[in-house]
Design a protein. Structure first.
Length: 101
């Protein structure tokens, strides 16, 4: 199993609207690519939330090729859609991991 992780730090004033958008639009868009089987949203604890919360969104896939397909065909457009909607009100860090337990 592999996990595509997107960690996002938000400005506090977009938090509520962003969460609705994430759950109702963005995650379904990512899952509808067919590259990932599941997604979960986690809130980071023990971090400085004075400017806004930090979340990790994890998308699961059983094949590296699915992740590569996502990067080649879908990632740029979905990132652009996010930046068009939210501008510079968030920062994102992405990583790809293998589950080894």
């Amino acid at each position: 199993m592999y996990i595509y992780n997107v960690t996002i730090k938000l400005k506090e004033f977009i938090h509520t609207d962003w969460m609705i958008w994430l759950k109702e639009e963005h995650i379904p868009d990512v899952l509808n690519t067919g590259c990932f089987s599941d997604a979960q949203v986690l809130r980071l604890l023990e971090v400085d939330d004075s400017e806004g919360p930090t979340y990790a969104i994890q998308y699961k896939t059983d094949k590296i090729s699915n992740y590569q397909l996502y990067l080649e065909n879908f990632a740029a457009a979905l990132r652009e859609k996010s930046y068009t909607k939210w501008g510079d009100q968030f920062i994102a860090f992405r990583s790809f991991m293998e589950v080894v337990n």
